[in-house]
Design a protein around this ligand. Sequence first.
Ligand code: SF4
Length: 291
Amino acid sequence: MPYVGAIYRPPSEARSFILQATVGCSHNRCTFCSAYKDKRFQIKPLHEIARDLEDAKPYAGLIRRVFLADGDALIIPQKRLVRILEMVRGTFPNLERIGIYGNAKSVLRKSVDDLRELKDMKLGIIYIGLESGSDEVLKKVKKGSTTAHMIEAAKRIHEANITLSITVILGLGGKEMSHVHAVETGRVLSLMDPEFAAALSLMLVPPAPLCKDYEAGRFHLPDAFEMLEELALIIANMKVTRCFFSSNHASNYLPIQVWLPEGKEEILTLIQEVIARHDRNLLRPEAYRGL
Ligand code: SF4
């Protein structure tokens, strides 16, 4: 498959067919993100998507899930996106679900009816990076959305009956905003009420602009145990209907997975125990962390 540049996908899409529908990210300004800084954003022409789907035809019957890359493919205008989903459905006879990255802006450019139309075309899950529930942190990292936008986007996704998966980033507020970042993230996750939520731990990888702030001493990265304090605070402040929360991503120091709300007390006890022991041997070694 001739992908343009590096491809990123959620861990849960590891077994999906990855179809690159856009190149890069339409926003591409987040200061912590190094993913698409070398790519100029474009929506791929339909003939290139058709060619990629043609390449998949010999094993099309084996494909049950498709993930539309790159970052924020949901930004594709409705008519074009519907056409792409039609092409995907026409290629894979056993298709069960299509997944996509979105952000608040791309979701809010769609009406609930637009989202329902996509749902009818097998768009089953939208992945959104909330990153932080603190508007101050979001502004600092140039996320380009407010928590009010995020909450409204989540509401529309729920109304369209599409599964919502949200990621947040431990450490994103730096040491100074660590507490407020975690508490507010738990609060906003509660209001967004996703079916899935996942924590990543901030890794400063060039060319992410935040690296320069870190090197210049303007940004102070919380250490591993401070990130675990944030993880515990987020979970403690989450009041959700039913959510599978995980920190299995390779960037994390402590992989956990838990169904909330029922597993809350047990997982908080475990995290607090690890924090209290303060033993680095209990955590993922720094060298094994990755994005
Ligand atoms: S974090 Fe997401 S929205 Fe921000 S630049 Fe990276 S891909 Fe784009």
